[in-house]
Design a protein around this ligand. Structure first.
Ligand code: ADP
Ligand code: SR1
Ligand code: MG
Length: 418
């Protein structure tokens, strides 16, 4: 079928025409279709058989433009091909935390997948002060498996290079290069600033030459380092969860890049939530304790530390099982520990620099986060923006000087004690 943009009206007939859908829906007569897309790029529909509500699915389709900017900003639909390929890989590596894909069609730039109707977007829930007890465990496992099993430490050189080629995601990498690593650091047209943020707050970032140097170095590593397959957009809006389960969705930015990128996005977004809760907790949730901020920082630390443990264990196990002749000598596995430690430190420092970029891009750049941007009191919002800028800048400038997650978190606490 040639590409057509689907609508709530045309979806039932389209689904009926697909053989695979008869496994999901026993009838197509009374489907309820609801557009629920709140992301920046695509359209997402929930489809439910009103006669049998357990028969349900989510249809996600890419349109040939950037949804949040409208059709004046063309963007090829190729992004859906990357989402399809990445979901397939993620499902192979960690099926418990990735939605089942029922059907995918590259011509139509769409996927039909499991409706995560028992799960909610983590960012929105965190805004309300909800705790996710398994978040660190699941996110760290996702990171360890996806970053290790797609890297040269595991794959043979030919397969790795084939995979890098398959995941050359030029357009979405270009968005990241512009919107995370470039525009927020000067007065670009695409930026937007919250109403009460003062010119000197913006100049604090835009006039800092050392910051431009460091950001350019981080962007250069992003553009040239093909460590492993990344999710590419692993923020708290790409995670759906409940108390027991966690799902990682929306990997259309997937590409081969530096291993620190995904952990850095996660840490940066969690730190934005930490900043937001210095206001949300007291004013919106009417709670004077800092318990929630404590949970956020603990989750950051647990995620990183559990990632390191699992990444190390996968790597060590692989070296043992593969009997890699390079390390296969008495004491070889102990010597290998030094390589693991140096490599993890490199990933960590990259992640901290990227977390800093995330905090600045979500404050001055085109795409905000609801944690802070939804706060109506513009004076309070500007205060949070200022904190995000201060913490983000410090993380970028000092990323090569921190060695533990506790040190990185201490930087955030220095600007914003609980
Ligand atoms: P975009 O690519 O535009 O960012 P997302 O993949 O982030 O789109 O999806 C947008 C929204 O659609 C999510 O925030 C979530 O509310 C909803 N959504 C996406 N996938 C699912 C799913 N499998 N089950 C339930 N809701 C989903
Ligand atoms: C204009 S695209 C803005 C952002 O939305 C996506 O979720 C990515 O984070 C991208 O940078
Ligand atoms: Mg999204």
């Amino acid at each position: 079928m040639d590409y057509k943009i689907l609508t709530t009206e045309t979806i039932p007939a389209y689904l009926k025409s697909i053989d695979e859908m008869s496994k999901i829906f026993s009838s197509f007569k009374s489907l309820n279709i609801e557009e629920v897309g709140d992301g920046n790029l695509n359209f997402v529909f929930k489809v439910t058989n009103q006669d049998k509500p357990t028969e349900t699915a989510v249809l996600k389709q890419a349109v040939p433009y950037l949804r949040c900017a409208g059709d004046s900003w063309p963007l090829s639909r190729e992004r859906m091909n990357f989402e399809i390929m990445a979901l397939e890989k993620h499902n192979e590596l960690y099926p418990e935390c990735v939605p089942d894909v029922y059907y995918a069609n590259k011509n139509m730039s769409l996927i039909i997948m499991q409706n995560l109707n028992k799960h909610k977007i983590v960012r929105s829930e965190m805004n309300e002060g909800k705790i996710f007890p398994k978040l660190a465990e699941h996110v760290s496992t996702f990171l360890a498996r996806t970053l290790f099993y797609t890297s040269d430490w595991y794959l043979n050189s030919f397969n790795k290079k084939e995979a890098v080629k398959k995941f050359i995601n030029k357009e979405l990498c270009d968005l990241t290069e512009k919107f995370i690593f470039t525009h927020p650091f000067y007065d670009a047209d695409s930026n937007s600033y919250s109403p009460d943020l003062l010119p000197e707050d913006i100049a604090f970032i835009h006039d800092d030459k050392d910051l431009r140097v460091e950001v350019s170095r981080i962007r250069q590593r992003f553009m040239n380092n093909t460590d492993c397959l990344l999710h590419g957009d692993l923020h708290t809006g790409s995670i759906m969860a409940n108390e027991n389960e966690t799902y990682i969705i929306d990997p259309e930015f997937a590409f081969y890049g530096p291993a620190g990128f995904d952990p850095g996005l996660f840490i940066g977004n969690m730190l934005l939530a930490y900043v937001a809760h210095s206001y949300r907790q007291k004013v919106l949730l009417n709670n004077d304790s800092s318990e929630y901020q404590v949970w956020i920082l603990k989750t950051i630390k647990d995620t990183w530390n559990q990632f390191v443990d699992q990444y190390n264990a996968l790597w060590k196990d692989h070296i043992k099982k593969s009997k890699d002749e390079f390390w296969n000598y008495p004491g070889g596995i102990d010597d290998h520990a030094l390589l693991r430690q140096k490599e993890i430190t490199r990933i960590f420092q990259d992640a901290i620099g990227i977390a800093g970029c995330v905090m600045i891009r979500r404050t001055l750049g085109i795409a905000k986060v609801s944690d802070i941007a939804d706060i109506k009191d513009t004076k309070a919002r500007a205060k949070l923006d200022r904190l995000a800028l201060q913490i983000g800048r410090a993380l970028i400038l000092f990323h090569e000087h921190v060695h533990t997650i506790d040190e990185a978190v201490a930087i955030a606490k220095r600007f914003l004690p609980m």
